[in-house]
Design a protein around this ligand. Structure first.
Ligand SMILES: C[S@@+](CC[C@H](N)C(=O)[O-])C[C@H]1O[C@@H](n2cnc3c(N)ncnc32)[C@H](O)[C@@H]1O
Length: 217
């Protein structure tokens, strides 16, 4: 059991709802940020405040934790350097106002409404605002396979299909011919993508010039 699971199951906090297999994923990518003084995380989807408690315990007292939600009641969870802003993740102007107020984040985690348009609008609006060395994480991507969320297998406008297309941009430097549209800001600022059951993690960083090297006799 990692620290997050220990807190989730064994310590007092407000209600938090996650899938069990997410905890090792968080640990894999987020552990380097624990107790880092200038760390900033934006979580889309506050609900009953439990995940704000979990992140506070995990990242430490000095972390800036920002939650956004459409539900006004979530504002009551704001305290100290845990901030809550009310608005829709589907509203680029609202998302811009959050970035204008808090600047770029080390981690942006989408655990909001999980509708295709919401996940896609948030990703397209916010990915540029993840710091190098940080991560953009989209949870509950199983909704990409579910009609009630606007998904469906291989549906071109699902979030998971967008993520699959981003693999071509990740490899954009190698696309031959006149397909320069694959060599994008995403190509230049994404070190990797990790796919798990229901979760996609984008690793942000400055991509060094690629070179093929050989050594050994
Ligand atoms: C799955 S819950 C969040 C759970 C919370 N992160 C946790 O771990 O306990 C999803 C939340 O997203 C919020 N939500 C739904 N649509 C939204 C939207 N368009 N913009 C922002 N938040 C939204 C809901 O109000 C709800 O509180």
């Amino acid at each position: 059991m990692n620290r997050l699971e220990d807190f989730f199951y064994n310590q007092p906090h407000r209600i938090c709802q996650k899938w069990k297999h997410y905890f090792p994923i968080y640990e894999r990518f987020f552990s380097k940020f624990q107790n880092k003084p200038d760390f900033k995380i934006l979580e889309i989807g506050v609900s009953q405040g439990g995940s704000l408690d979990m992140w506070r315990n995990y990242f430490g007292d000095q972390a800036l934790i920002v939650g956004i939600d459409v539900t006004e009641h979530c504002k009551t969870f704001e305290t100290g350097n845990t901030k809550v802003r009310i608005g829709s993740q589907q509203d680029p102007e609202f998302l811009k106002s959050v970035i204008d107020e808090f600047g770029d984040f080390d981690v942006i985690l989408d655990d909001g409404g999980h509708m295709m348009e919401q996940q896609i609008t948030s990703f397209l609006s916010l990915y540029a605002h993840v710091k190098f060395g940080g991560f953009y994480v989209v949870e509950d991507c199983h909704t990409s396979y579910q009609e009630q969320f606007g998904g469906g297998i291989r549906k071109p406008d699902s979030f998971i299909e967008l993520a699959k297309r981003k693999i071509d941009e990740l490899n954009g430097l190698h696309v031959q011919g006149y397909h320069r549209e694959f060599n994008t800001d995403f190509t230049r600022t994404t070190l990797g993508m990790s796919f798990y059951d229901s979760v996609v993690v984008f690793e942000k960083g400055e991509v060094a010039p690629i070179e093929s090297v050989q050594a050994g006799s």
